[in-house]
Design a protein around this ligand. Sequence first.
Ligand SMILES: *[C@@H]1O[C@H](CO)[C@@H](O)[C@H](O)[C@H]1NC(C)=O
Length: 291
Amino acid sequence: MKRFSLILLFFINFIGNIDCASGGSSKGTYQVLDSVTHIPCITLQADIYLYLTYYTTDGESDVTVHIPTTSTVDSSVSSCDTIVSTSGLSIKSQLLRILPYHMDGWSIDFAFTKDNTFRTDNEKQYALFQVNITANFASDPTSFPNAKDSTQHYYVHIDPNDISDISTSIYATSGNAYYCPSKQKYAINKDSKYGPYAYILLQTTTLQAYQTGVSFGQKETCSSDQSVTDMIPIIVGSCLAGLIIITLAVYLIYRSCLPEDVINLVNPESHYNYENAIKIDDEDDIAHIEL
Ligand SMILES: *[C@@H]1O[C@H](CO)[C@@H](O)[C@H](O)[C@H]1NC(C)=O
């Protein structure tokens, strides 16, 4: 019995944790509106962390930067229809620029596309193909001590033959939203050829580009969270099966403790009596043969 309640407790705890992961923590909401219709074309909801390496006067240093959830959108640069020129390509895009709150000279660009250079299933899907960060270390020397350069530009290098992790992970069918509650960390630059390293971490993420309505479309859960979602029916099923077994066990134990009289009272056909009945019958038969 103790073991059963322990297992139950474990399951309840597990389900509780899933709940905590999918909500509760704070996140920022960033929207780009169509200049004519004022309907959003990009909505990004996420809690964002940056992991940046920067050159110091005597080497390198690593910092983690949390992007305040009160950050805003730069509507003069953000666009529902623009061309991003990068690595000799001109990519038709939608662009979101976030200006981190109280971080002068900082910006984060998110560029989405349906272009076939990326895995967009013949433009049926959109993907986040580039994330660029402009850091201004000079704005906060206490957080970024000994910075050699006052600013640093970090960007996802585009190579059509080697598509980045971020664009093969963050995508959805047009009209749908991408949904990923768990923490996902992606490289922005992990090749020293293109400057110091940078990573971005997104959590409690819901995003949609090429949006045509005011609210999110159907949510497509990212692959790493699908297993958790798929587990829930199994966990609930196991809990119910466990409860049935406990109930049955308790009943059988209780029943076996009852005096025979009570069992006969409730069910006169119970096996005690039944066995006796057969014995009597047998005796009768024997008696009959003897006669
Ligand atoms: C990101 O930075 C690269 C390199 O400077 C540039 O070519 C590209 O246009 C930028 N993309 C966006 C979306 O800002």
